[in-house]
Design a protein around this ligand. Structure first.
Ligand code: OGA
Ligand code: MN
Length: 213
C-alpha cells in the first residue's frame, strides 16, 4: 500500500484521542466503554472456562529470570493469552488492542512493537501490594492496560479497588478506581505506582502491557 492510501485510510478516533490526551496530561486514562457488554460477557466466559480447566497459575513477582512467588505481595492467579491461539472472544479483544496500538504508533510515535496480556483472577482475600509495572531487567513496558471482566452490579464494598498513586505538584494523591465491568484503565508503566486493594469476592480482569523495542 502506498503513502497516499495510508493517509486516506487514517480516520480520527475520538476515544483514542481522549486516551492520548489523558495519558499525556495525567499519565493515566479511564475508558468506560472500551469493550461492549457482549464483549465483556464473552471474555468473562472465556476466562472462567480456562479457569475451570485449571490452567491458571500463581502470579509471580519479577520476570522470567527473576521469578519468586510471594503471596504477601500478590495473590492473584493468571493465564497468559496467546494471540495466535485466540478463541472468538480473544480475537475480538486483540482486534481492538491492535487497532489502538496502530493508532498510537501513527499519532504518537510511541513505537509499540510488542504486547503481552494475561487473564487475572483475584480469589477472595487476595490483593496486589503497591508496585510499579517495570522490572529491573526489562524496561520495555510502556503502557499498562487493565480491563475488568466482573459481573454487572459490582459493588464498592466488594473491594479490589485499583489505587493509582499520582504526583500532583509534589503531593501524593490517591486515585481510587473500582473494577466495574467493561472499564479499561491505561497508565504509564514506568511512572505510576499502584496497588489492588484486598477483594471480598472473586475479581476478574485482563491485564497487559504495550512494549517498545
Ligand atoms: C498488575 C496490576 C491492576 C488491576 O497486574 O500489575 O497492577 O487493577 N493490576 O488489576
Ligand atoms: Mn501493576
Amino acid at each position: 500500500m502506498n503513502q497516499l492510501f495510508e493517509e486516506i485510510e487514517f480516520v480520527e478516533n475520538l476515544q483514542y484521542e481522549q486516551i492520548i490526551e489523558d495519558v499525556i496530561s495525567k499519565k493515566y486514562s479511564i475508558v468506560e466503554d472500551f469493550f461492549s457488554a457482549e464483549e465483556v460477557l464473552a471474555l468473562r466466559a472465556s476466562l472462567l472456562e480456562k479457569h475451570e480447566e485449571d490452567r491458571f497459575k500463581k502470579a509471580a513477582i519479577g520476570n522470567y529470570t527473576n521469578e519468586i512467588i510471594l503471596k504477601s505481595v500478590r495473590g492473584d492467579i493468571i493465564l497468559w493469552i496467546d494471540e495466535l491461539k485466540s478463541n472468538t472472544a480473544e480475537a475480538l479483544f486483540f482486534k481492538k488492542i491492535n487497532s489502538l496500538v496502530s493508532y498510537l504508533n501513527k499519532t504518537c510515535f510511541l513505537g509499540i512493537l510488542h504486547k503481552e496480556f494475561h487473564y487475572a483472577l483475584y480469589p477472595t482475600g487476595t490483593f496486589y501490594k503497591r508496585h510499579i509495572d517495570t522490572f529491573q531487567n526489562d524496561d520495555r513496558r510502556k503502557l499498562s492496560f487493565v480491563c475488568y471482566l466482573n459481573e454487572d452490579g459490582w459493588l464498592p464494598e466488594n473491594g479490589g479497588e485499583l489505587v493509582l498513586y499520582l504526583d500532583e505538584n509534589g503531593q501524593e494523591v490517591e486515585k481510587v478506581i473500582y473494577p466495574f465491568p467493561g472499564r479499561v484503565v491505561i497508565f504509564e508503566s514506568q511512572i505510576i505506582e499502584h496497588e489492588v486493594k484486598p477483594v471480598n469476592t472473586e475479581r476478574l480482569s485482563i491485564t497487559g502491557w504495550l512494549k517498545t523495542r
